[in-house]
Design a protein around this ligand. Structure first.
Ligand code: UDP
Ligand code: MG
Length: 160
């Protein structure tokens, strides 16, 4: 689909980004999607979704033993989230940089959390922390027919 990228296909990663219920309730959906859209990665999945408890627990299973786990599951299931899959070379680390530190008070200005949030328990957005988790989380949150492979009109202006 992107003939000029075939040489670097092994380097192409995918990451799962999610606008959490506070981001949706606060009307930040467009603002947050814009930041990823303008950066220049490829969007391959996008939906508004009310997350069931079991899915939230599976998504955050590595944090099961943490004291904040029950509150986290309540937060993530408290209203609809926006699920996104983004693809590109270096997209996992880059998305984490755009998102900023877990604690929004420590997140740099210019990042999503640094600009738009104040508390760890209301930090508006999620991003996968490794390429492996990117794949795992996209498979968890999206069904096969919900993902779209396409060539952005801007492709030759974004990727050489
Ligand atoms: N979280 C929390 N309290 C904490 C640490 C984390 O409520 O002390 C929540 C917060 O919403 C965070 C999520 O749990 O985004 C996942 O934690 P992780 O350490 O994976 O942070 P992230 O990868 O989201 O930056
Ligand atoms: Mg994490």
């Amino acid at each position: 689909f992107l003939p000029h990228l075939v040489a670097s296909l092994e380097q192409v990663e995918e990451t799962y980004v999610m606008i959490k219920p506070d981001g949706v309730q606060r009307g930040l959906v467009g603002e947050i999607i814009s930041r990823f859209e303008r950066k220049g990665f490829r969007l391959t999945g996008l939906k508004l979704f009310q997350c069931p408890t079991e899915l939230a627990e599976e998504h955050y299973k590595d944090l099961q033993s943490k004291p904040f786990f029950p509150k986290l599951i309540k937060y993530i299931t408290s209203g609809p989230v926006v699920c996104m899959a983004w693809e590109g070379v270096g997209v996992v680390a880059s998305a984490r940089k755009l998102i900023g530190s877990t604690n929004p008070l420590q997140a740099e200005p210019g990042t999503i959390r640094g600009d738009l949030a104040v508390q760890t328990g209301r930090n508006v957005v999620h991003g996968s922390d490794s390429p492996e988790n990117g794949q795992r989380e996209i498979a968890l949150w999206f069904k096969e027919g919900e993902l779209c492979q396409w060539t952005p009109a801007q492709a030759p202006w974004l990727w050489e």
